[in-house]
Design a protein around this ligand. Structure first.
Ligand code: ATP
Length: 355
């Protein structure tokens, strides 16, 4: 397996910039997820790493070797389009051995490789079964086995679970991650689903309009979003934004929102008069009668261990996640306070985080 290094990677289609000067490193054995809304350039980036699309600028290094202009088949990678695409008339053994047969590998070696890979994926008991009779999860393992058996330098996957229903998808997310923990294959995985990304990734790149807005671990991205776009895209319900205007002084530890003073982490530089947004995740809001920041209960969504409470304030709706057994009445006036250590601050014009 190998490290993937992407330097100033760019793709233009005519005058349209689909990928803007991307930079990232996927370390050997890491599970890397490119996450973002439709059209943000994820697939184009993946196709450039695969060699299916040539960049208009920048470089791609695979295991330290430049592959930027190499053809797909010269790159030694496995592109998994659709995990369910198997040859239905062949048994598991033949399906898995097919890529090696196509490479001209001797039969005895193919047999050994296939059996080794099947043991790794715990499907060795299925080797002589026809794939047509297999359950979904086993078919998925066989399809992965067919990709792994070649021992490529890395795996590229483009929304491989995209067509599955929600329940099966959750199961497969878990399975894929577990398989990754066993084989440690460098993987680049594309999805627009933030929950999928958060539960599988070692590192995530959040993309927007062809650019990487933030690169980091799921925890870094969730706890310290670099922009309002990232804060809004990650988390369900997403981060709340409370608007306020004014100037901010370096060293200040309080701001005023809707007439109430709110304690924030220390401001690191001076900001001239501008519009800002205070970002607070739903789980960092508490109901607090003493707080001057007021609202009224608009609705609740019961989730078993917690409930999501919509609170109407002078500046719009906020969502709080509180204990499920907290008794609340519709229309009830409440005070709101925040966990000061977990707040974000953004400059509204640029959307960038300033804390
Ligand atoms: P999706 O999840 O919808 O596939 P994506 O983030 O993977 O979205 P891309 O498929 O990489 O996005 O596309 C990025 C942008 O580049 C889109 O606006 C798309 O229309 C454009 N694009 C992609 N391929 C081409 C092409 N061959 N010619 C012109 N424009 C293209």
């Amino acid at each position: 397996m190998a490290e993937i290094r992407v330097q100033n990677l760019r793709k233009e289609f005519g005058s349209f910039v689909a990928v803007q000067d991307s930079n990232f490193v996927v370390n050997d054995g890491e599970f890397f997820v490119m996450l973002g809304p439709s059209g943000c350039g994820k697939t184009t980036t993946l196709r450039m790493i695969a060699g299916l699309e040539l960049p208009t600028g920048g470089r791609i290094l695979l295991g330290g070797e430049e592959v930027t202009m190499l053809r797909a088949r010269e790159r030694d990678i496995a592109f998994v389009f659709q995990l369910f695409a198997l040859y239905p008339h062949m048994n598991v053994r033949k399906n898995m051995g097919f890529p090696l047969l196509a490479q001209g590998m001797p039969k005895a070696e193919i047999r050994q490789r296939v059996e080794e890979t099947a043991r790794l994926l715990r499907i060795d008991h299925l080797l002589d079964r026809p794939v047509s009779g297999l359950a979904g999860g086993d078919r998925q393992r066989v399809a992965l086995g067919r990709a792994i058996v070649r021992r490529p330098k890395c795996f590229l996957m483009d929304e491989p679970l995209g067509t599955l229903d929600a329940e099966f998808r959750d199961l497969m997310v878990h399975e894929l991650r577990e398989m990754h923990n066993r084989i440690h294959a460098t993987t680049v995985y594309v999805t627009h689903d933030q929950l999928e990304a958060m539960s599988m990734a070692d590192k995530i790149a959040v993309m927007n309009h062809g650019a990487i807005e933030q690169f980091g671990t799921p925890k870094e991205i969730y706890d310290h979003p670099a922009s309002m776009f990232v804060a809004d895209f990650i988390g369900s319900p997403p981060m709340n934004f409370l608007k306020f205007g004014g100037s901010l002084q370096k060293g200040a530890k309080e701001i005023v929102v809707q007439g109430a003073s709110v304690v924030v982490p220390e401001i690191r530089e001076d900001f001239a008069l501008a519009d800002f947004a205070l970002g607070v995740r739903p789980e960092h809001i508490r109901f607090d009668d003493a707080s001057k920041l007021r609202g009224s209960i608009y609705g609740t969504e019961y989730l078993g261990t917690t409930q999501i409470v919509a609170v109407e304030t002078a500046d719009g709706m906020l969502k709080a996640r509180v204990a499920a057994d907290l008794p609340l009445r519709m229309g009830e006036p409440v005070g709101l306070s925040f966990n000061a250590q977990r707040l974000s601050l953004f400059e509204k014009a640029s959307g960038r985080a300033i804390l």
